[in-house]
Design a protein around this ligand. Structure first.
Ligand code: ZN
Length: 657
């Protein structure tokens, strides 16, 4: 009561004047702190010693008997209470450091080698390896840089997998995003292993196998049940734990070998109110944390974000507002894999009496799979085909489509430039972009927005209509605290993301020496006693042309880069072999080097160079046309670099007669 009264008397003036009150609080606190020592035994360290307050401010009973200095006399220590403080302190130590449960005498060790996904966004693939066996975790693809002309996707270099092929006993998948399964068909065309995953990733991998005409590899599927432990090979035991993320049916993994248990979060956020109600299985993570975890690999994508990642459900009010206001058609675009977003959009479409038209191959396919496998349920009669849209009242239509990144082949982009067969953009249309720009796509998105707005449509793309699928700092902390790992490897993300995640790891009690920042190709060895880098293996990217799903050789891409940045010079010359003289003027063709009007002058320069070259030619050189052309290429290259600071492709043809 005394405390409450005190609190009330404090809070009253607080409303009128804050500053002096803060001081008041401080001055009140000070004597309490002084009291903490003698009385602190009754309180856990860190607790506000509220119980002390009345004691500290309770001079009344002794007022008459004691003077000030007597009040400072410590009250006697209750040895029994003190004993319990010690016991609890010991308990905290054990709870926070369960690693004594790891078998420090064990000689078992495990090696982890990321072959993609570190120092980059996407392309996730990692090898977990014991002495005799290995498993792969995820086999993802990534997107090319802008200067990789004609390259649609990047697939990890499989060189190391070829090397250890006979050790690999299985492929383990965390979730169905492209950057975790996109390279599966390319791997399986070359080598096959049992695939372990939950149903949605398997269904999506199955679709890929069908597209790549390797249907038969579906026989490697091993669907798994979450919360069960699967033995893979002789050395690995793996459990899939349900995780929330921007795609359904995601998992974290508990990978146990003789060396101990490693927790791999996969991509995750901690969504306490996911659309399907299936929250992250924090209990299993805590279970392993309690048992003692050797190492944690955790998603670093949002490691800079200090604000908690909002629940997927939080976009609902914004969607509702959008649909309530829309007067014409609504065209909503999001990542086709974000089924819960699509589901919410469709629900609001239905709420406002709209029929749903799904356009875009990946969107159609993903909704189909999600419905086939009962992840979502919609009445069948709400869907209409694209060719029916024109006959409908605009207010009765919701178009759900791909193209939120402004991809030139996407349905929305084609609509924006008036090239879609069934849908032409109208001024009454409302375009809703329920996504964020993936870094590097800002330009193409902006281009598409220009087209859409030129066609008169309104575009809605405010922040409240999208949430991230990745954990921010606070959720990363929760993961670290639940799992309580001895060693910590931040994964998924560029170096600076991983670096930031390391800081968070240290805040959450992992000593700096127990955290390593990996890069692709670095092999880390972990044993209960230590973690260290042991070697580096070959990594890189294979370029893929999506039109035919074929590989593009590296040199082709290099040539394209050169052509794009520095142009090309072609020189055809006819030479009299006996006299080392040109029999006619050389033919010089250039692209991307000099303007048309300077063509002649440039051709003359080349002619002079060639003449000079022939005069100074060494004996016998003329017979070796390859060496001749090589030498000529060098000379032309030097000349052009001196003049223009460019290294174009130089294609000389010297015909000797
Ligand atoms: Zn993901």
């Amino acid at each position: 009561m005394a405390e409450e009264n005190q609190g009330n008397s404090e809070s009253k003036p607080q409303t009128t004047d804050r500053k002096p009150n803060t001081n008041n609080t401080n001055s009140n606190r000070r004597p309490n702190n002084n009291n903490r020592k003698p009385n602190g035994n009754q309180n856990k360290p860190g607790d506000k010693p509220t119980g002390n307050k009345p004691t500290g401010n309770k001079p009344n009973p002794n007022k008459n008997k004691n003077r000030n200095r007597h009040r400072r006399q410590p009250t006697p220590v209750d040895e029994n209470l003190k004993k319990f403080v010690t016991l609890n302190q010991e308990g905290h130590k054990q709870r926070l450091n369960p690693h004594y449960k790891l078998d420090l005498n064990s000689t078992a060790k495990i090696r982890i080698t990321p072959l993609g996904g570190l120092g980059e966004i996407g392309g996730n693939i990692a090898v977990f390896e014991t002495e005799k066996e290995a498993i792969l975790v995820d086999v993802g693809m990534s997107f090319p840089d802008e200067d990789m002309h004609g390259v649609d996707i990047l697939v990890p270099d499989f060189s190391y997998l070829r090397e250890i092929r006979n050790k690999i006993v299985g492929v383990v998948i965390t979730h169905a995003h492209e950057d975790h399964i996109g390279a599966m068909p390319y791997l399986y065309k070359e080598m096959q292993f049992p695939i372990y995953a939950t149903p949605l990733p398997l269904a999506m991998i199955g679709n890929k196998f069908d597209e790549h005409h390797i249907k038969e590899h579906r026989k490697h599927f091993n669907p798994i049940e979450k919360r069960k432990i699967y033995k893979i090979g002789n050395d690995f035991e793996v459990e899939w734990m349900h995780m929330t993320h921007s795609i359904l049916d995601s998992s974290s993994l508990a990978i146990t070998t003789d060396a101990g248990t490693i927790i791999h979060t996969g991509d995750f956020k901690i969504d306490h109110s996911p659309v399907d109600g299936y929250t992250a299985d924090l209990h299993r993570l805590a279970h392993y944390g309690e048992k003692g975890v050797l190492c944690l690999l955790s998603d670093s994508t949002n490691s800079y974000n200090p604000l908690p990642t909002p629940s997927e459900l939080s976009v609902a009010p914004a969607l509702d507002r959008v649909f309530a206001k829309a007067e014409g058609r609504v065209l909503l675009s999001t990542f086709s894999s974000n089924i819960h977003r699509v589901q919410q959009a469709i629900q609001y479409g239905i709420k406002y009496g709209r029929k749903i038209c799904v356009i875009g191959r990946s969107m159609e396919r993903n909704i189909e799979i999600a419905m086939q496998y009962d992840y979502v349920r919609f009445p069948k009669n709400i869907f209409i085909d694209a060719d029916e849209v024109a006959r409908m009242n605009d207010k009765d239509v919701l178009i759900v489509t791909t193209g939120s990144q402004g991809e030139p082949n996407s349905a929305l982009f084609r609509m924006s430039i008036g090239e879609h067969r069934h849908i032409k953009i109208k001024p009454t249309d409302l375009i809703v972009l329920s996504s964020r720009a993936i870094p590097g796509n800002e330009g193409s998105i902006s281009g598409m927005l220009n087209h859409l707005q030129r066609a008169g449509a309104r575009v809605h793309s405010s922040k409240d209509i999208h949430v991230s699928g990745h954990a921010s700092i606070e959720e990363q902390k929760l993961m670290l605290r639940l799992v309580n790992p001895k060693f910590f490897l931040p994964v998924h993300g560029e170096f600076n993301h991983v670096m930031q995640h390391k800081e968070t790891g240290m805040i959450c009690g992992v000593p700096e020496r127990n955290i390593l920042l990996m890069t692709d190709g670095e092999q880390i060895e972990i044993a209960p006693k230590y973690m260290r880098k042991v070697k580096t293996v070959k990594t890189g990217k294979t370029y893929i042309d999506n039109q035919n799903n074929h590989q593009i050789e590296d040199d082709i891409v290099l040539d394209r880069q050169k052509l794009a940045s520095d142009g090309v010079v072609m020189i055809v010359a006819q030479v009299d072999g006996k006299h080392s003289k040109m029999t006619m003027k050389p033919k010089v063709t250039t692209f991307g080097i000099v303007a048309d009007k300077q063509d002649k002058a440039f051709a003359k320069e080349m002619e002079d160079i060639l003449e000079n070259f022939l005069i100074h030619l060494k004996d016998g050189m003329i017979e070796n046309s390859r060496a001749l052309e090589n030498d000529l290429r060098q000379i032309v290259r030097k000349h052009i670099y001196r003049k223009m600071k460019k290294y174009p492709l130089i294609v000389p043809h010297v015909l000797v007669s």
